[in-house]
Design a protein around this ligand. Structure first.
Ligand code: ASP
Length: 425
């Protein structure tokens, strides 16, 4: 069999992993060619994102409506939001502890610092323009209510879409069965069609992933990475610690073996890493959570779309580490009150952040300005943003699924294969 034939014969997730590794290795060697094929990766992301609005809409409405009674919805809603809040706050705290003990920002060369601030000033200004105002929490709550749900969909405002979809789903449960049925049948059809579309799009995933990763590797070079090595290591290290402690504990509490989870889930993990987008990963996540991990459709289609926007554990860790890092570089001392403020604002900032590439860095400005740390500090982290974005997205998405498994377990709606159960000790 030829090499190409062998690759074709591999399972899709092995192909995706291979594409990721090849992209990272070949990207810097290919240089301009890698940059030239980047549109292949962009097209792939567009294809996936195209599916997300109808999918979130249909799956959340069906998910909410099929929970049946409002009491069950309230219970699942509370569990989901409770899990997300606790996980996110723990994540920020871990980021803070890691950065405060390992001090990634202490001793950064003055010259390096000055040249970074100068180099990235342009990029930063452009990024910062996106955060023109800082609304209060009350404002944010009011803004979650869309005046026009179609506009919310057109503008992909996920918090608004979620708000409307949940209320729509609730209202459906309150109308007569003969009226509700056709609406649900229609939306179920939309849902199924979107899932089929995902499977079709996934066939080109290896090419898309290769193009995306090769371009990143070619573009960012390894120079900046070395200068900021300590910061990157602390951030990625804290995410790794969170991933191998918190999630396995939750999985075990849900009766699922973490190894089984890893085996079934790593495709989604690699995929989130390559695309840097929780939203783009949502369709695949729904499919794997239901078909491979045994989460009921009702729970998955409620918990996962919500999590893709609301639950960002990786982003929360990143916010904690980055805030301390920037403060240290600028020689700003953070007191206990400041640390508490970071936990609160970073939790809110990661809840408000949409699941799209790069947004965590934009919302980091909210935390910085809350503490009075100069926003130019973003210039120090922008060089390694992409690699951190990829890592935090993988952690974000995993958190959503672990929550779905836990909720499904506590609701008696986890139907996993026997091999997935935690072995009796
Ligand atoms: N890219 C991340 C996600 O989609 C969000 C972030 O920028 O932190 O989950």
């Amino acid at each position: 069999m030829t090499l190409l034939g062998k690759i074709r014969g591999m399972q899709l997730h092995t192909q995706i992993l291979l594409a990721l590794i090849l992209g990272a290795v070949l990207g810097p060697l290919l240089g301009d060619i890698a940059l030239a094929i980047k549109p292949v990766g962009d097209a792939f992301i567009n294809l996936l994102v195209m599916i997300v609005v109808p999918l979130v809409m249909a799956s959340l409405i069906v998910g909410t409506a099929s929970l049946g009674d409002l009491r069950k919805l309230g219970r699942i809603g509370m569990k989901t939001v409770g899990f997300y809040l606790v996980a996110t706050a723990l994540a920020v705290a871990l980021g803070l502890v890691a950065a405060e003990t390992l001090n990634p920002g202490v001793g950064l060369d003055e010259e390096v610092k000055a040249s970074m601030l100068a180099d990235y000033a342009g990029v930063t200004a452009e990024q910062l323009e996106r955060v023109t105002e800082k609304p209060s929490i009350l404002d944010l709550l009011v803004r979650i209510i869309p005046r026009n749900p179609f506009r919310a969909m057109a503008e992909t405002n996920f918090l608004q879409i979620i708000f409307f979809a949940i209320l729509f789903g609730i209202s459906l449960t309150l109308i007569a069965e003969e009226r509700r049925r056709p609406v649900l049948d229609f939306l179920n059809g939309v849902n199924d069609a979107m899932i089929v579309l995902v499977k079709l799009v996934m066939r080109v995933a290896p090419y898309g992933v290769f193009a995306l990763i090769a371009a990143v590797a070619a573009q960012f070079g390894y120079g900046v990475l070395l200068t900021l090595l300590k910061y990157v290591l602390v951030a990625v290290g804290a995410m790794a610690v969170f991933t191998v402690t918190f999630y396995p504990i939750c999985l075990r509490l849900s009766g699922m073996s973490p190894l089984f989870f890893l085996k079934k889930y790593y495709e989604v993990f690699v995929f989130a890493f390559s695309t840097s987008s929780s939203n783009a990963t949502l369709p695949l996540n729904l499919q794997v959570s239901e078909e491979e991990l045994g989460v009921s459709t009702e729970v998955a289609s409620f918990v996962l779309p919500l999590g893709a926007t609301v639950n960002m554990n990786g982003t929360a860790i990143y916010q904690g580490v980055s805030t301390v890092f920037i403060a240290q570089v600028f020689g700003i001392d953070l007191g206990a009150m400041d640390l508490l403020t970071i936990v609160l604002t970073a939790t809110l900032a990661s809840i408000g952040a949409a699941g799209v590439p790069g947004i965590g860095m934009v919302t980091l400005t909210i935390v910085l300005s809350q503490l009075g740390i100069p926003l130019e500090g973003i210039a120090l982290v922008v060089g390694v943003e992409r690699i951190l974005d990829m890592s935090r997205t993988a952690v974000n998405v995993t958190g959503d699924t672990v929550c779905a498994i836990w909720v499904a377990k506590t609701e008696g709606e986890l139907d996993m294969p026997a091999e997935g159960a935690v072995p009796a000790t």
